[in-house]
Design a protein around this ligand. Structure first.
Ligand SMILES: Nc1ncnc2c1ncn2[C@@H]1O[C@H](COP(=O)(O)OP(=O)(O)OP(=O)(O)O)[C@@H](O)[C@H]1O
Length: 303
């Protein structure tokens, strides 16, 4: 019998997973999985639980939570030579990764995708010694995600981020950075930089429209210094995916990226704090295999 380990964050999003746990276990059991669960208790716990699950020989690991929980599970698995496949039940506030691979927020449907068994390999980002599955970024704008209280996210979902964004708008400043990418250099004031693996960031599904999740390349987006009015204009262009040709935006595909600055710049990895720069980004090509609804995946991203 195959063995599955569910690692879930009971505080994710609207905190609904536990109520559905019996049904999830039953569906997996009928599909031939002997399943056990681990509820995370604090930051870093999902990484430890995932490490243990690999050591104990589980066939698959199911991450239930938001991007933060998935990030931790991937980090726990990534060090190993032989890595179990990952299933995902999106329960977070934004679920950018799930959105990028078309896994619905409906628990039942997400479990059916795992049971069906189709999977694709996806790239994983490694920055210094930390992993990310979706997006890494720096600059004052990306720091606002740390300031959104968990209670507010539970009540308001993604709206909580937008409210915080509006509140912080007047205080957003640029930082002088040096970004080296595949032989090219940007050295100037920037509002933020993003290093993406998928096309979905903070609910903006068209931020990096042409991103492939397993081509071995990052999508690098740099937003140059601009004022509030220009910022609002570029942000509204980004909602429609029309920002890439704006003169304030640099958008490039790159394999190797290095960011340095004389200032203190915090890194945001998959929506959580992830250390400070200098940062060297490495793309671990097709590092993790994830269960997906294969018919909805672009032809070029399929195995
Ligand atoms: N029992 C717990 N109590 C508080 N925090 C926890 C607990 N378990 C895990 N965490 C932390 O919560 C972080 C965020 O969780 P997660 O990403 O699952 O949900 P979210 O914040 O609601 O969603 P999103 O990341 O999509 O906005 C995790 O990275 C983890 O460090």
């Amino acid at each position: 019998m195959k063995r599955a380990r569910i690692i879930y964050n009971p505080t994710s999003g609207r905190e609904l997973f536990k109520k559905n746990l019996a049904e999830v276990l039953e569906t997996l059991e009928i599909a031939g999985y002997e399943t056990s669960c681990h509820a995370t208790t604090r930051e870093g716990d999902a990484t430890e639980a995932a490490r243990k699950a690999v050591e104990n020989g589980f066939d698959i690991i199911i991450a239930s939570g938001g991007d933060g929980t998935l990030n931790e599970v991937v980090a726990g698995v990534s060090e190993f030579e032989k890595r179990p496949k990952i299933g995902l039940i999106p329960m977070g506030t934004t679920n950018d990764f799930a959105r990028a691979v078309h896994i619905p927020r409906d628990i039942k449907k997400a479990v059916e995708i795992i049971v069906k068994g189709d999977s694709i390999p996806v790239d994983v980002g490694l920055v210094n010694d930390r992993y990310f599955i979706n997006i890494a970024g720096g600059g004052r704008i990306t720091e606002l995600t740390y300031d959104v209280p968990s209670k507010l996210k539970t009540m308001l979902g993604q709206l909580a981020y937008y409210l915080k964004g509006i509140e912080m708008l007047p205080s957003i400043k640029s930082t002088r950075v040096r970004i080296e990418y595949d032989g090219e250099v940007f050295e100037d004031e920037a509002m933020m930089f993003l290093v993406g693996l998928t096309n979905s960031v903070g609910g903006f599904e068209k931020l990096a429209p042409s991103s492939s999740i397993n081509d071995g390349l990052f999508s690098l987006l740099i937003l140059k210094k601009l004022n509030i009015a220009e910022f609002i204009r570029v942000a509204s262009l980004a909602l429609r995916g029309e920002h890439l040709t704006d003169p304030h935006v640099i958008f490039k595909k790159a394999k190797h990226i290095k960011v340095t600055s004389d200032d203190m710049v915090l890194l945001n990895l998959d929506g959580e704090y992830g250390g400070v720069i200098p940062a060297t980004f490495q793309n671990l090509h097709r590092h993790i295999e994830v269960f997906v609804p294969i018919d909805e995946i672009r032809e070029e991203d399929r195995p």
